[in-house]
Design a protein around this ligand. Structure first.
Ligand code: NAG
Ligand code: NAG
Length: 797
């Protein structure tokens, strides 16, 4: 078992307990700050973020509370409004068989109304309610008799705290996709506010919505000054549902986009108080050469490729797969124009009879599902109430389009579950446009990936929160990302070349316009054209580095017989990676990483080669991604005393001893958890390339915060071996391994880590300079040390 990880988690806790001085932690080099549970004082379960961009106030919807965080001054204590469920209400909720946990008020909706008030809706013990918040005074509006003014939240907010749900405000009117009954069995996309007679919804039919998991929604307004056809504004909804069009025994999930039009008010007789413009299409995120499909939508980020031009809107979809047993994440981008084309194309025939299959219903005029425009108005259809019955029955029976909106993945990552996505674009749409994807993981990390043309490059992996805190919100604002989990909020610098601390790291961002200045020793933005060819390689050459993008330097690893190690290899494309090594025994591939049990026969060179190729590249090219050389360590060097001459290692050991005593009780608890699901004998460190990969080896309860699970307590005596190993580690490794919590690693290992990226996340950072803390930073560095090697040290048996 590995208490090392436990110590890492507890260090921040300790420093708060000991010093009661829990200022927001900072992320050095990133201008970042983390507000954790100690700032929020018991308020938890944040689910909704709403940023008031002009004032920089971030509103957080939590359990029984609404918070306001001043993002311009994160040291200021957040403001709080408590909005709880009264006792009798909670009792009656419990009486209906719901749990104590669920019978509370989870704030799921925060949207500005046109009068400047914030509309706030919560689950309110399975009876959704909404209130009005006055942002200037940060108070809830009261009724005349002094109580809080409330109105029903049915159809505006889900009943259940964890239900999938999305809402969007369009010109002051709220559109939602939610469950609309207590049992959570009725699904609706509806216009939830505004005049009563215009509150229309979806038809209760499986062909409209079939067990949907709503993910995201977007309001796309037509440009006021450039709308010659007088086309209506539209609202798009993204969700995954169970396919009705396939007649299979298994439930096939399909990602969908659905569209409704803003001036739709329902039909007169048919489709009364129902959408007359509801159309949906299948999204396909598929790597054609490998035939891999990613069919479960996780998140969608909407952005305009030309700022101010709604027709340039693109939707970045984050997907996973129903079919893959292991975690996998993919990103595909869909353009609004592709979606419109599909919506203007043929309708799918859903009726199951044979005649219909061959002779689809003739499409009536005016075209069903079409948004109101000048031509329709000129023909006398100035409202959806005027549409003929045959048009409406056709829409009712044909909500699905025949064609799909297809895209190839920009990025595929195995062994990692991304939970949230946000995208920054660089450069103009006409020229080569570069995008930076900010991806939150289910383990509290933020990953940044550059997409330049066909090439995808991993820039950084930043641990922000404990690994039990999935990232559930990312908002980009003024060059920064506000990242949230159910318990914490972080602010991270996301723009500017200064983020990249060394020449090699900077080289990876060359496609984003960054250039290393050897004079100033900083990474700077440059107007200069990167020139032809492999821009990263060209930039690496200027660093004087020996390695190239597809020719990393070989890292020597000193090992001993019986050692189990995991050699990392990062792959961002769906194509496979393969390993070459001396002996094909005692190895196992986990995604693209290789697990090796060292024997006398399998020492030598290990090389990982991945097939590269962008979304439209049919013939992938091989790219060498990682190379290691396993060398036998003098087998007599086993005990920690002989091998650890360094006083720091000794200090770490002593610290562990005392911490070990202190934490005895906690350990038992953690050990218990780790046991569940862990593969015996295998330790998975925070591997340099991805601290998440290989998590399956540890079980889902592997060390929070630092995924570095290599046990320092039991394996502390191995540090020298690890250190020997790292002396050869290269910057590229550390570039990709921004984890390890070692925010401050000015310590004994800095010699071997002098190239390391200073932007490592530090969970909490007490402003004290006690002995414990100095030591703790050594632990962090030590942990980071073996983390950066991706080597797990443990004798067999
Ligand atoms: C609320 O947070 C607690 C603690 O993090 C968690 O155990 C619980 O599942 C959360 N509840 C919901 C409904 O998300
Ligand atoms: C992408 O990478 C390939 C090599 O794999 C290179 O030839 C090409 O120039 C790169 N493109 C950009 C825009 O960097």
């Amino acid at each position: 078992m590995s208490p090392g990880g436990v110590v890492l988690v507890l260090v921040p806790v300790f420093c708060c307990l000991l010093y009661g001085n829990c200022l927001p932690a900072t992320l050095p080099g990133l201008d970042g700050t983390i507000l954790g549970p100690e700032t929020f004082k018991g308020v938890t379960n944040f689910s909704t973020f709403h940023l008031d961009r002009p004032s920089g106030t971030l509103f957080l919807g939590a359990r029984d509370a609404i918070l306001a965080v001043d993002t311009k001054n994160l040291n200021k204590q957040p403001k709080k409004i408590v909005w709880e469920v009264p006792e009798e209400k909670r009792t009656s909720c419990l009486a209906k068989g719901k749990t104590e946990e669920d019978c509370r008020n989870y704030i799921r909706l925060l949207e500005f109304l046109e009068n400047g008030q914030l509309y706030v809706c919560g689950t309110y013990a399975f009876d959704p309610q909404c209130v009005f918040l006055e942002p200037s005074s940060f108070t809830l509006e009261k009724t005349k008799n002094g109580g809080v003014k409330m109105e029903t939240g049915k159809g505006k907010c889900p009943f259940e705290p964890s239900q999938h749900y999305t809402a969007v405000m369009a010109d002051g009117i709220l559109y939602t996709a939610a469950t609309s009954n207590f049992l959570g069995t009725v699904f609706d996309i509806s216009r939830a506010t505004g005049p009563e007679q215009e509150r229309i919804r979806t038809e209760q039919s499986l062909s409209w919505l079939s067990d949907p998991k709503f993910v995201s929604s977007s309001f796309i307004k037509q440009p006021v000054d450039n709308n010659p056809t007088g086309d209506d504004d539209k609202i798009y909804f993204f969700f995954t549902e169970t396919a009705k069009e396939y007649d299979l025994y298994t439930k096939v999930k399909v990602p969908r986009v659905a569209r409704v039009c803003k001036s739709d008010v329902g039909g007169m007789k048919t489709l009364q108080r129902r959408w007359t413009t509801f159309l949906k299409a299948q999204l396909v995120c598929e790597d054609k050469p490998s035939g891999q499909r990613y069919n479960v939508l996780i998140d969608v980020f909407t952005t305009q490729h030309i700022p101010g031009d709604p027709s340039s809107t693109h939707f970045y979809g984050l997907f996973t797969s129903q079919w893959e047993p292991e975690d996998v994440s993919a990103v595909c981008v869909f353009s609004l124009s592709d979606i419109s084309k599909v919506m203007d194309g043929p309708f799918k025939e859903l009726k199951k009879s044979f005649e219909n299959w061959n002779n689809p219903d003739p499409v009536p005029t005016p075209r069903p599902g079409q948004c109101l425009n000048n031509a329709l108005k000129a023909d006398g259809f100035e409202s959806s109430l005027k549409l003929p019955d045959k048009v409406l029955t056709f829409v009712r029976d044909h909500p699905l389009m025949e064609n799909s909106v297809t895209a190839a993945p920009l990025l595929v990552r195995k062994g990692i579950r991304y939970t949230k996505l946000a995208v920054n674009l660089k450069g103009s749409a006409e020229e080569q446009q570069a995008a930076v994807l900010h991806l939150g993981t289910d383990r509290g990390e933020l990953h940044q990936v550059a997409v330049v043309g066909q090439n995808t490059t991993l820039l950084q992996e930043i641990p922000l929160f404990s690994s039990t805190e999935p990232v559930n919100n990312i908002i980009l604002h003024q060059g920064r990302a506000l990242v949230g989990s159910p318990l914490s909020v972080a602010r991270v610098q996301t723009q500017g070349c200064a983020l990249y601390p060394s020449c090699e790291v900077c080289a990876r961002a060359r496609g984003l316009g960054c250039v290393w200045s050897s004079e100033h020793k900083t990474c700077q933005l440059s107007e200069a054209d990167p020139g032809p060819g492999d821009v990263i390689d060209n930039a690496l050459k200027k660093c004087g580095a020996h390695e190239r993008r597809c020719n990393p330097s070989t890292r020597d690893l000193k090992v001993f017989i019986g050692l189990r190690i995991l050699l990392p290899c990062v792959q961002l494309s769906p194509r496979p990676c393969s390993w070459e090594y001396p002996l094909h025994r005692h190895t196992r591939q986990h995604n693209s990483d290789l697990e090796v049990t060292v024997t006398e026969d399998n020492l030598g060179r290990y090389v990982c080669t991945c097939q590269e190729g962008g979304p439209n590249v049919r013939e992938p090219t091989p790219c060498l991604r990682a190379a290691y050389h396993l060398i036998l360590e003098d087998p007599s060097v086993e005990g920690w005393v002989e091998s650890t001459k360094g006083r720091h290692v000794l200090a770490v050991y002593i610290l562990f001893f005392f911490m070990g005593l202190l934490l005895g009780a906690c350990l038992f608890y953690f050990v218990y958890w780790r046991k569940r699901g862990a593969i015996p004998g295998l330790r998975r460190p925070d591997n340099s390339l991805s601290s998440e990969k290989g998590r399956e080896l540890l079980g889902s309860t592997a060390t929070p915060q630092s995924p570095s699970s290599a046990s320092l307590l039991s394996d502390g005596f191995r540090l020298t071996e690890k250190r020997n190993g790292t002396t050869t580690s290269t910057t590229t490794t550390t570039l990709l391994s921004n984890h390890g919590n070692g925010g401050h690693h000015g310590n004994s290992y800095s010699g071997s880590l002098n190239n390391s990226n200073p932007s490592n996340g530090l969970y909490a950072n007490c402003n004290t300079s006690s002995g414990e803390l100095k030591l703790s930073s050594e632990i962090l560095a030590a942990n980071r040390l073996d983390g950066s090697m991706g080597v797990v040290v443990r004798p067999e048996g």
